[in-house]
Design a binder for this molecule. Structure first.
Ligand code: PMP
Length: 406
């Protein structure tokens, strides 16, 4: 049974006061809070285990290795990867995307094309621009309409044997729009040999992921947006491609043999995991998966949809409030502005005085802001512990901000 009060009790930070008011935390797309189960796992690692993995033969090192590999298998099941060695620990989505962009260097030549969408976070734009600079490839962008819906006929016209990579997010962080990722992947497969990359940073916290069903070649996400510690993340890659491409980082752990003349690389996944990993964090990512699975991914999705629909309804009752992407399929996020209030950060500052945490600004998606000809939005984003009462508090707060600023 879905017991919201019991879920909230697992997040000690939610009982904090901010500016003398109960914290209303609606900045979950930036990072979610961590439940006791994850905090305990982190603390247990540092108080009872703390050893480096793989290298040592002593007991603690063996326990650390076993626990981290156990967590890798949890991630494998969580996203339904075929093999555990297709799951690579990273420090987050940004590192995952950069890793792919560097590792694919050899497969991209001058005049090849890389396709992304207008709805991307900067971390799914800049690494591809850098790859284009290194190789002479061209970046192309799937356009969107006024509702933030991607115009997929662009793919029909632009996919060709020149297309080497198509990289799109499953859910937009700025607007919460759910992109038709399976359709994008199947169009790509049908019309090119391009490698498909999915940025799952904003989808993983809200819905069940099945990378085999999705059919993508790569899938990346951050742990810290799904109740795990910061500095954790996952890169999933299909075995066939991971074996073919070069590693991004060189160093310890990722070699099979090393001489001054030549190095051979370790087998998967270690080829892509140079250096000491975030062992405690990676183990705690497994604890975050336990937390989500104990509640049930369907229950999380249902609850967050109720929150989103209610927030949309309550906010649209406010005169002069515009929600961006209002008519599109969305999850987890309401992004809005108030007519006559030019600067979203002013609204954010007033809400903060009332204990309400939202994010304001461009959300690392300047091209989306340019499309709507705005500097930024106010973004309220939800997690499983948010309540309808918190949305009432948000709506009252926005009304108050509107009165103060107009
Ligand atoms: N992509 C999307 C869609 C995101 O929302 C974010 C985080 N805001 C990122 C990429 C980057 O994630 P991180 O900062 O955790 O690397």
């Amino acid at each position: 049974m879905f017991d919201l009060q019991n879920i909230r009790k697992q997040f000690p930070i939610l009982s904090r006061k901010i500016n003398g008011k109960d914290l209303v935390y609606l900045d979950n797309a930036a990072t979610s809070h961590k439940p006791l189960h994850v905090l305990d796992s982190w603390q247990k690692y540092y108080t009872e285990i703390n050893a480096n993995v793989h290298r040592g033969i002593h007991t603690l090192s063996q326990i650390a290795t076993e626990e981290m590999e156990h967590s890798r298998r949890k991630v494998q099941k969580f996203i339904n990867a075929k093999n555990d060695f297709e799951v690579i620990f990273t420090k987050g989505t940004t590192e995952g995307l950069n890793l792919i962009a560097y590792s694919l260097n050899n497969l991209v030549k001058a005049d090849d094309e890389i396709i992304i969408s207008h709805l991307e976070h900067h971390s799914n734009i800049v690494p591809w621009q850098m790859l284009c600079e290194r190789t002479g490839a061209k970046l192309k962008v799937i356009p969107m309409d006024e509702n933030g819906v991607l115009q997929l006929d662009f793919l029909d016209k632009n996919l060709s044997e020149k297309t080497k990579i198509v990289s799109v997010n499953q859910v937009s962080n700025a607007l919460g729009i759910i992109n038709p990722i399976e359709e994008i992947i199947s169009k790509t497969r049908a019309n090119s040999n391009a490698i498909t990359v999915v940025d799952g940073a904003q989808s993983v916290p809200h819905q069940k992921i099945d990378v085999q069903k999705m059919g993508c070649d790569f899938f990346v996400f951050s742990g810290h947006k799904m109740y795990a510690p910061m500095g954790t993340g996952i890169l999933y890659g299909k075995e066939e491609i991971l074996r073919k491409i070069n590693p991004f980082h060189g160093g310890g752990e990722m070699i099979a043999t090393c001489t001054f003349e030549k190095t051979t690389y370790a087998d998967l996944p270690f080829k892509f995991e140079a250096g000491t990993p975030n062992v405690g964090g990676n183990i705690s990512l497994g604890a975050a998966i336990d937390f989500m699975e104990n509640i049930g991914l369907e229950n999380i999705k249902t609850h967050e949809n109720v929150l989103l629909n209610y927030a949309q309804k309550k906010l649209l009752e406010i005169d002069g409030l515009k929600i961006y992407g209002e008519k599109a399929m969305r999850t987890g996020v309401v992004s809005f502005n108030l007519e006559g209030v030019g600067i979203s950060s002013d609204v954010g500052m007033i809400l903060d005085k009332m204990g309400i945490a939202v994010r304001t600004g461009h959300h690392c998606t300047q091209p989306i802001m340019s499309f709507f000809n705005i500097a930024g939005t106010v973004r309220a984003s939800f997690a499983v512990y948010n309540t309808l009462e918190e949305i009432d508090i948000l709506a009252d707060g926005v009304r108050k901000a509107q009165r103060m600023l107009s």
